[in-house]
Design a protein around this ligand. Structure first.
Ligand SMILES: [Zn+2]
Length: 481
């Protein structure tokens, strides 16, 4: 018997309900029998693998290598950098027993790996000749969370963390800027999610860092989503973990370290940004399946089956990520809706009449039903060569739509009342001159629930819009995830 597709609530009605339903029904994730954790199903893992591949290639192009460090961190090591441990303490999960034995020292399940990696760098780095050290780790981390929201808030999550050590502050600063640009490129050019780059305010800074930089995306409900961060750690960790080296002039110096990370949160940004009432819309460069072929059988299907298989083989040979949906028990209409819901960028429909005419019907997921150009017939002998062009168009169209949304919802103002009203209404990224004072930020947060997302210089006016003191930055304020 044919399954029926569960309906997803409309995205425009309630983003949060739509998001949860889309993640589960598109089979990205399942709830796990353990609190705060989710199962990443094959289609969801396929998305993660695409993100991983795009990031990993860029990390290697910029001179980094992958390595792997232990999951557990002895408590005595974790507590050495005071600000760092204070920042993470509320979310750390601990191992207190092994087998039947109570441990003499608790072991933290890594919330991040600066500590364990810092200890190893102290051992590996002796001389300026050992620098820079440029390492990335692909790993899971754990931060104790009570609420669960797919990709955005889970106790255990997947990410990458880069950790580097340099001989000078200048080199470390360049590294941090370089990796922030890698993140911007992956967010915008691969995930088609436009972002703002900038520095975090002191209250939003990573625990133990001198400077934290981020990329921030804007979700359809007007809330910002921090999508990656890059930190200048100065010599703070080098002092706490004795990462010293003999400089060219023979003096002993502390190294300058950095760390930077992007997690599967980026997938949450992608899903919310592009999805519509019919489900996900995945930008082609991120799509685990770029093209799905759905035959429409009627009467004798011998010729149709052979043509569909041949088309599938040709697409594979051309390097496309393609799926042939020839499941016998489901109607074509059901399959159309299901693949639409799962966000596959291109659907190829092939029926007997198409076959006789030597054409295939191509349907674009980035366009609305019956929108101009949503469907077109393409000669069968041209389709394989045509698909890459169409995928590029879809990629660019999705980015253009998201970019328009971000621009339309970025509002500059110099009026304090309007600033407060816009933040309360969750109107988007509110762009104002700002003083940089943490007390000023707290006052805005108390009044509106919003905080600075990131900052840049110089300020575009003399006075801070929230408080009237001299402005030092231009800041995006928004409510956030
Ligand atoms: Zn102020």
């Amino acid at each position: 018997m044919e399954r029926t597709l569960e309906r997803i609530p409309p995205k425009s009605a309630d983003l949060s309900e739509w998001y949860q339903a889309a993640c589960y029904q598109a089979e990205l994730v399942s709830q796990a029998p353990v609190r705060g954790c989710l199962v990443l199903r094959p289609y969801g893992y396929g998305l993660w693998e695409r993100l991983q591949a795009e990031l990993d290639r860029r990390f290697k192009e910029t001179g980094h290598e992958n390595a792997y460090f232990p999951l557990l961190i002895p408590e005595s090591l974790l507590t050495r950098e005071a600000e760092h441990v204070e920042g993470f303490a509320p979310e750390v999960a601990w191992v207190t027993e092994g087998g039947s034995e109570k441990l003499t020292e608790r072991l933290a399940i890594r919330p991040t790996s600066e500590v364990i990696i810092g200890v190893m760098y102290a051992e590996w780095i002796q001389s300026y000749r050992d620098l820079p050290v440029l390492i990335n780790q692909w790993a899971n981390v754990m931060r104790w969370e009570k609420r669960t929201r797919p990709f955005l808030r889970t106790a255990e999550f997947l990410w990458q963390e880069g950790h580097t050590a340099h001989a000078t502050e200048q080199e470390a600063a360049e590294e941090v800027a370089r990796m922030l640009e890698v993140y911007r490129e992956v967010a915008e050019d691969v995930c088609a999610v436009p972002v703002y780059k900038g520095e975090k305010s002191s209250s939003e800074r990573f625990a133990g860092a001198n400077h934290t930089y981020s990329i921030e995306a804007l979700m359809p409900d007007g809330r910002a989503l921090q999508s990656a961060t890059s930190h200048e750690l100065g010599q703070n960790f080098a002092r706490a973990y004795d990462i010293t080296f003999a400089a060219e002039d023979q003096t002993q110096q502390h190294a300058w370290t950095t760390s930077w990370g992007m997690s599967w949160r980026m997938l949450g940004a992608l899903i919310m940004t592009h999805g519509d009432d019919r489900g996900l819309r995945i930008p082609p460069r991120m799509a685990p399946v770029e093209v799905v072929i759905v035959p429409i059988p009627r009467g004798d299907t011998t010729a149709l089956d052979a043509a569909a298989k041949s088309l599938h083989e040709q697409c594979k040979a051309a390097g496309l990520r393609v799926r042939l949906d020839d499941r016998p028990g489901q109607s074509p209409g059901y399959k159309f809706n299901e693949w639409d819901m799962r966000g596959v960028p291109i659907r190829l429909e092939l029926g007997n009449r198409d076959l006789e005419a030597g054409v295939v019907t191509l349907v674009r997921r980035d366009k609305a039903v019956k929108e101009d150009g949503q469907k077109q017939q393409v000669p069968l002998n041209e389709i394989v060569a045509f698909i890459p062009t169409m995928l590029e168009q879809i990629q660019h169209n999705l980015f253009a739509q998201a970019k328009t949304f971000l621009q339309d919802h970025t509002i500059a103002t110099l009026d304090r009342d309007e600033f407060i009203r816009l933040l309360k209404e969750r109107a988007g990224m509110i762009d104002v001159p700002w003083c940089g004072d943490p007390a000023c930020e707290v006052a805005v947060k108390d009044a509106t629930g919003a905080t600075t997302r990131n900052l840049r210089q110089p300020a575009r006016a003399e006075r801070c819009v929230p408080c009237g003191e001299p402005a030092r930055y231009q800041a995006y304020f928004a409510q956030s995830y």
